[in-house]
Write a protein that binds this ligand. Structure first.
Ligand code: SAM
Ligand code: SF4
Length: 335
């Protein structure tokens, strides 16, 4: 085997060393672009990975070359045994990270510290309490802000995720960037993405270019410094001259980053997805429970990864709702 090729290299030569694991489909918020107001139907507990199954399947990925694991959901911290899972995963030779809505972070600070989890992405779509309440249909703004400040005080690497939706929060782009003036924080604007059932329509999306134009109007185009992105970064990074923090745009819709993708996904019910937009998935949990060797299934799923966005290479294909019908809703994949 070529030195550069690992068990998780796909047919396009992309090496996968990053696994995103969804701990649960459930959530303590109801962001309108992600979750239906009434939540999602409860499914029997046996359909989801138990703690020891999750740790064992994660261990198999690590033995095949995964070096970074990010926990997501739903809201990963609402899972009752989230602390034990984080501690269990910390025994593997991986960098641990989490994406959370921030509501419960204060209860987990010690666990994060003990487990060496330093990288925390917190979602916050508005800097206005009332607007945030309308978006998330839950009133947790003050708690989230307090927890972002707590994470910063404790020296965590904090990124704030902002999904931009026209008519909802695009007028706050400048205020979010202003936040980076005094704080060493990374604000990441995310282009609104289509998933099964989320009534996506790109006229509601705000593109990378529109973000840059808006920031340019407020801070001066000449003051926007383009930074060097990491090799597998999904975000394009920028800094306003003189600001302590940075901002970035995750432009999945207008500038996909599929060529350098190194990510795989494991859903809370133990299905592997080779792409966020993939219409197919592989049931690792059933195979694991039958005592089958899941390494062959994992390898095969990697080899079936499409070149871009689950096969929707052009914007025309990406725009068609029927092309998303085979995929799940975001909170059941893990964003
Ligand atoms: N509950 C956690 C949170 O909100 O951070 C983790 C799961 S959430 C599904 C992960 C990320 O996906 C969040 O930053 C969320 O804002 C983002 N997201 C959800 N639906 C999206 C959509 N349709 N387009 C773009 N980003 C989306
Ligand atoms: Fe919950 Fe995160 Fe989805 Fe909001 S974006 S409903 S916090 S899973």
């Amino acid at each position: 085997m070529d030195e550069q090729v690992t068990a998780l290299t796909d047919t396009f030569g992309r090496k996968h060393d990053y696994l995103r694991i969804s701990l649960t489909e459930r959530c303590n918020m109801r962001c309108f672009y992600c979750m239906p107001e009434e939540g999602i139907p409860l499914r029997p507990r046996e359909e989801f990975m138990r703690q020891e199954e999750l740790l064992s399947i994660a261990g198999t990925f690590v033995s095949m070359g995964v070096r970074k694991i990010r926990l997501t959901g739903g809201e990963p911290l609402v899972r009752r045994d989230a602390a034990e899972i984080i501690e269990g995963l910390s025994k593997l030779p991986v960098e641990l990270a989490i994406t959370t809505n921030g509501v419960l972070v204060d209860r987990f600070i010690d666990v994060f510290q003990r487990s060496g989890l330093r990288n925390v992405n917190v979602s916050l779509d508005s800097l206005d309490a009332e607007r945030m309440h309308r978006i998330a249909r839950r009133d947790h703004f003050e708690q989230i802000m307090a927890n972002i400040r707590l994470l910063m005080r404790e020296g965590f690497d904090v990124k704030v995720n902002v999904v931009l939706i026209r008519g909802t929060n695009e007028d706050e782009i400048g205020d979010f960037v202003q936040w980076t003036a005094q704080e060493n924080i990374n604000v990441r604007f995310i282009e609104f993405m289509p998933f099964d059932g989320n009534k996506w329509d790109w006229s509601k999306g705000i593109s990378l270019q529109e973000v840059l134009d808006t920031v340019g109007e407020r801070f001066g185009a000449g003051n926007i410094e383009r930074m060097i992105d990491g090799p597998h970064d999904t975000a394009k990074h920028y800094r306003i001259n003189g600001h302590k923090g940075t901002f970035a745009v995750i432009s999945t819709v207008t500038n996909p980053f599929c060529d350098s993708c190194n990510r795989l996904r494991l859903t809370a019910d133990g299905r592997m997805k080779n792409c966020l937009f993939s219409g197919t998935e592989t049931d690792l949990l059933q195979a694991y429970r039958k005592g089958e060797d899941i390494t062959a299934l994992i390898r095969d799923t990697v080899l079936h990864k499409k070149k871009a966005r689950g096969g929707m290479e052009t914007m025309e294909e990406f725009r068609k709702p029927e092309n998303h019908a085979g995929n799940r809703a975001m909170q059941t994949i893990g964003g």
